[in-house]
Design a protein around this ligand. Sequence first.
Ligand code: XMP
Length: 524
Amino acid sequence: MIHHDKLLIIDFGSQVTQLIARRLRELSVYCEIHPYHKVDAGFLANFAPRAVILSGGPASVFAAGAPLPPPTLFDMNIPVLGICYGQQAMMHTLGGRVERGHGTAEFGRAYVTKASDGVAGGDLALLQGWFAPDAREQVWMSHGDHVSQIAPGFKVYGTSPNAPFAITADPARHFYAVQFHPEVHHTPKGAKLFENFVRLAGFKGDWTMGAYRAEAVAKIRAQVGDAKVICGLSGGVDSSVAAVLIHEAIGDQLTCVFVDHGLLRLGEAEQVVTMFRDTYNMPLIHADESDMFLSALAGVSDPEVKRKTIGRLFIDVFQKHATAVGGAKFLAQGTLYPDVIESVSFSGGPSVTIKSHHNVGGLPEKMGLKLVEPLRELFKDEVRALGRELGLPPAFIGRHPFPGPGLAIRCPGEITAEKLDILRRADAVYIDQIRKHGLYDEIWQAFAAILPMKTVGVMGDGRTYDYALALRAVTSVDGMTADTYPFTHAFLGETMTRIINEVGGVNRVFYDITSKPPGTIELE
Ligand code: XMP
């Protein structure tokens, strides 16, 4: 098995810790994020990182029980980079001093200049090629406390108006500390700092998708042996990539189950079945259970009841078909890294449920199955890269996300066969328009929703009384927040005309201009 050098990110609860991992992955460096309370001396010895980064975080080193890295970290003879709170925790542990900000808090854009005490910032390996020629560089600050005295052995390499110790280092021991956040977009040359850091730490940059593929295949074979595996295929990118990868590893020991709940888009079931059964030649059960789902949903208009009903039936159907496979010991899932990072919660409590998300939760325990999750270490764009590496068609890899409960949550109010039919055809026209105008890849997700109301219209010389549609299109990085896509009026007008002319049963079209927050992306 290929062995990668590993970088450990100790998470102190910053909102942007995941971005540190993103920046490192972009440099082909393998890294893992672990919460500070799990990282003790034993963990460190076992993980054996080649370098460590201490993230930012909301705590104050003055607080009782303040989160700190294990002191043994600094005896391991490996490079350490402290960011924001990580810098303060580092100074505090190594004998420097941190103070409460009195007028020294800094939030937002700031400029760091080379230290003027004769130390040339450019001589520090971390800063090679970093400062602009005028010895100034834009950074993003977000701190209340600040370091007032650096630890023995450290020197100053950069200062900002409110952070005299914006960049400090003890080059002999390879300890580096920055008060700002190099991982965020608003520190334009932040990536350069990470590049310098991993280079000075000796990383080879061998975390490529080709290597990942070979390694994942070997791991799946070792985990599964000659047992059977079942995989729920939704037609989405994650479960598809997982299925193709597992199929490469174990061939026909894998059976995919595609549950058609009658809430898919136009032609979607056929596309998925054709691709997996015909192109990939994978054993695939196409479970057409639309009648069962739609009759269970008849008369249901509460969004949570819809979601729970679909989730429950999905598990039942999946279980029924999985049993037919006979003796499967493993369930494959397309779980991604952002789903598994154990984030540091300072409030302690679980976050509020906005919506019950649809997944196969509870299924493995109920069926006594073990999980195979070959994408657990990947971010979404890495899954797409792996999909390309595995030869999945580009159009498939670039598909917008589609939710597990499908069209049910794009049909507020009661779900009827008539409404689903209108919605399917209108959505197809809308997506066709977006593709024709070359906008598909600029948009995170676009879809039509059918509203629970009819309105009056006039077509030809006649009165109409038909459904109204809402069109939605958003840009987003991760689906957590989103902005409305700024279509031109000409595009919207043309789309409205096409939908009303081509679909029938619709006489009014709205464009949803709600961002997230306050709206969610889906209507329910
Ligand atoms: P919301 O509507 O919560 O959606 O802003 C954020 C993203 O998640 C998708 N979504 C789901 N995906 N099962 C899924 O697999 C679900 O139950 C589900 N609900 C929402 C949504 O399409 C968007 O991309």
